[in-house]
Write a protein that binds this ligand. Structure first.
Ligand SMILES: Nc1nc2c(ncn2[C@@H]2O[C@H](COP(=O)(O)OP(=O)(O)OP(=O)(O)O)[C@@H](O)[C@H]2O)c(=O)[nH]1
Ligand SMILES: [Mg+2]
Length: 718
């Protein structure tokens, strides 16, 4: 395999709605580049990209796949991504690692839900987009309708470079208004025959050619001047303008193909290698120090791992992009994320599961290495001289959770190992071993996402598991102050035990001050703060422990033991056994015995006094509340809001953003169970949302009663 320099490499991510033909297009690109000798199909389950068992079973791409092809002495690295939104992790990491998004549009349906969602990903990532209308051979192909939808729903900067001559069955010709030629294809596609534009298409071609020139001129001032002077641009000037417009997202070109028959694909590839922005044209990304990482082919080597996988017979494989310099076989590097040394003993370029060994890879190129010890997705590897790491891929927060159990306890250990592997391959699946809930919770992007995960556990890892409703990590706190005394006394031969503690507890709020006067048993008592400790609780919130002993009734040396006793009770609230938080305790009096007082006595006295006080202080259950942000088409906004209200959600605001309404709300986690499935059915899959933990809030009375009842029933069962 030839070695490619930075200016000979183009990196594209294939995006688009599920079923719009990304994988089929990739197959045609590999075939046209001579990487494969026969084109596989989804139906025959033999495409290069969809090689994993689950993909062949379902006929969908599930994991992003790294591919490459060669065309006109250039290399195109292709990342084929899944169209289904539950697998958006692969889309986001692929966009990160490439310079241009090539989005397929199924011409029968035009803009679909997934098209809109992926288009928004490109906006967020600020990457150029080439739109490819696919399936023009289909009997229901309707190019004009699809184009209208694209202009209306995606962007007004769309500009047509190609339109079909004879869409539908028998489709074989395209008018290209950049070349101003007709491209005609033989029965099984491949290389176009370049012909003059027939009279019937001439007017439309001229009109679109002018529109293209104007749009290309708009992207660059010097081109604009030439355009004003001459009223036109040369083909090279148009190319330059398109390239600039692409890079700044001011111009979104439209191409026509039938991936199935390999029609138009050669011309699209030619456009990608000649006109799509090159590595040097894209704005440099930043490292964690805030410095720009310019793609410098002569610089020290640095690569970023955007994807890890586990492959049969090989084990872990890491896919990377070179961000600076070049890497070669046996290069010693440092993993800047964990400061370990790694040796890149072998380098590969990949087309699906087929790997070709290469001696070196240059800036901008994409490849893979195997058998590294401490490297995974998100890590930067570099030679000394580059001590930075990239900020890297920002994977979406999880929005769907479930509890998982191995059907047989003997599989517990194996389940843990397998879940770690699953997370390594898909960082959007997050595993949480909750000591508090006594459950293993898996977090993912949606119900389907976790069903696919279960398929892998059943079929590849061979571990029968079951999903269960996840418990909610409730907290408990108090709503008013309460007083309690406790005397611990034991005198049964030998050394006795004695400790007496008087305390008052009150609700604690961040930033609030200690009281100076309190009513204790009907009397006003002055509080003198002698000492104070703010304990930040590992489960969130605080316990503030105030020593306001007067007259030395308890020695300072016993104070830590009392706190220890209180902390024991903070771990099991009186209502549901949940962790407690946000309480201030004043120990204001007590008694010691000259001989029998010791630490254990004060620990027990502290624990029991606190337990009584807690029960009398109006204990309440707190529940986790999430910030939920939903993007929804305007016509479905009402339904989404009324559904949120049914979930005890509080709508905080609404705003129009481009073609969508954005609803911001706070919703209790307990009501978000299976929300992704519900939202999808309310909106026909047209909404997307994110959720992030916001705070703990008191639950309403009826909910509190229900939670306490469920807890006591559960206790009885156990
Ligand atoms: N008629 C026709 N069918 C096509 C064309 N391209 C793809 N298909 C068919 O459309 C279906 C989906 O194609 P894929 O290539 O799997 O689509 P995808 O975009 O990769 O889908 P996901 O992986 O689910 O995101 C398959 O049955 C293909 O054979 C085309 O140009 N014409
Ligand atoms: Mg696919």
């Amino acid at each position: 395999m030839k070695t490619y320099q930075a200016d000979q490499i183009k990196n594209i991510a294939l995006l688009g709605n599920s079923g719009s033909g990304k994988t089929t297009l990739a197959e045609a690109m590999l075939f046209n580049g001579g990487v494969i000798e026969r084109r596989g199909t989804i139906e025959a389950k033999n495409t290069v990209s969809d090689y994993r068992p689950i993909e062949q079973e379902n006929g969908n791409t599930i994991f992003s796949t790294v591919l490459y092809t060669e065309f006109q002495n250039k290399k195109i690295n292709i990342l084929d991504t899944p169209g289904l939104d539950d697998f958006s992790g692969g889309v986001i990491s692929s966009l990160f690692a490439t310079d241009t998004a090539v989005m397929t549009i199924n011409v029968q349906n035009g803009v679909e839900v997934g098209t809109e969602i992926h288009f928004r990903h490109t906006e967020k990532a600020n990457k150029p987009v080439i739109l490819v209308v696919n399936g023009l051979d289909h009997e229901k192909a309707h190019f004009e309708k699809a184009l209208e939808m694209m202009k209306e729903r995606l962007s007004s900067d769309i500009v047509v470079i190609q339109f079909p001559v004879n869409e539908g069955v028998g489709f074989n010709a395209i008018i290209d208004v950049l070349k101003m030629k007709m491209l005609r294809y033989a029965k099984d596609g491949g290389k176009a025959e370049v012909l003059d534009i027939p009279a019937a298409q001439a007017d439309r071609a001229e009109e679109l050619h002018s529109a293209l020139i104007e749009k290309a001129a708009e992207s660059d001032e010097s081109l604009m001047e030439i355009f004003f002077a001459n009223d036109t641009l040369s083909e090279d000037e148009i190319r330059k303008g398109i390239s600039k417009g692409l890079a700044s997202r001011g111009l979104i070109p439209v191409f026509c193909v039938s991936s199935k028959y390999n029609i138009g694909v050669d011309r699209l590839m030619e456009f990608i290698v000649n006109v799509a922005p090159s590595i040097a044209d894209m704005p440099p990304i930043k490292n964690t120090k805030g410095e720009e990482v310019k793609p410098n082919p002569a610089g020290h080597a640095a690569v970023y791992v955007f994807k890890s996988a586990i492959e049969e017979h090989i084990g872990e494989i890491n896919y990377f992009r070179v961000y600076s310099g070049k890497v070669h076989e046996n290069l010693d590097v440092v993993n800047n994320n964990n400061n370990t040394k790694e040796r890149l003993s072998q380098l590969y370029v990949c087309a699906g599961k087929n790997r070709t060994k290469v001696p070196e890879l240059h800036t901008g190129d994409i490849g893979a290495f195997v058998k590294l010890k401490n490297t995974k997705t998100g890590h930067t590897l570099a030679v000394p001289g580059n001590d930075w790491k990239l900020e890297g891929v920002q994977f979406p927060d999880p929005k769907y959770r479930t509890a998982i159990k191995a059907q047989s306890e003997s599989d517990d250990e194996k389940l843990g190992e397998s879940l770690n592997k699953i997370h390594l391959e898909d960082p959007t699946i997050i595993i949480e071993y909750s000591k508090e809930l006594k459950q293993i919770i898996v977090h993912g992007q949606g119900e389907y996402h976790l069903n696919i995960m279960k398929w892998h556990l059943d079929n590849l890892y061979k571990i029968p598991t079951s999903y269960h409703p996840p418990k909610i990590p409730y907290r408990e706190t108090i709503t008013k102050s309460a007083v309690a005394d406790y005397r611990h006394k034991k005198q049964s031969g030998g050394a006795g035990q004695f400790g007496e503690v008087h305390m008052i507890i009150e609700p604690y709020e961040e930033g609030s001050k200690e009281q100076t006067m309190m009513k204790i048993n009907g009397k006003d008592v002055k509080i003198a703060v002698r000492d104070k400790e703010e304990v930040s609780l590992p489960w969130g919130g605080k316990l503030v422990y105030v020593n306001s002993i007067v007259g030395g009734s308890i020695d300072a040396r016993f104070m830590p033991a009392i706190l220890k006793g209180i902390m024991e009770k903070m771990e099991i609230g009186p209502l549901t056994g949940s962790y407690a938080r946000d309480i201030r305790v004043y120990v204001y009096d007590g008694k010691m015995h000259p001989v029998d007082s010791n630490e254990i006595s004060f620990r027990l006295a502290g624990r029991n006094a606190f337990s009584t006080a807690f029960k009398n202080a109006g204990p309440k259950i707190l529940e986790p509340v999430y910030d939920v942000e939903i993007m929804v088409p305007s016509d479905r906004m009402g339904d989404v809001i009324s559904d949120l209200q049914g979930r005890r959600g509080m709508v905080l605001g609404m705003a129009s953003e481009k073609r969508f309404e954005v609803i911001k709300a706070k919703v209790p986690l307990a009501e978000m169970n299976k929300y992704s499935t519900a939202l999808s059915s309310i909106t026909g899959g047209r909404a997307v949302y994110t959720m992030k933990f916001a705070e703990y809030a008191q639950v309403p009375g009826d909910v509190q009663d229900a939670v306490i009842k469920a807890y006591s029933e559960e206790e009885e069962e156990e």
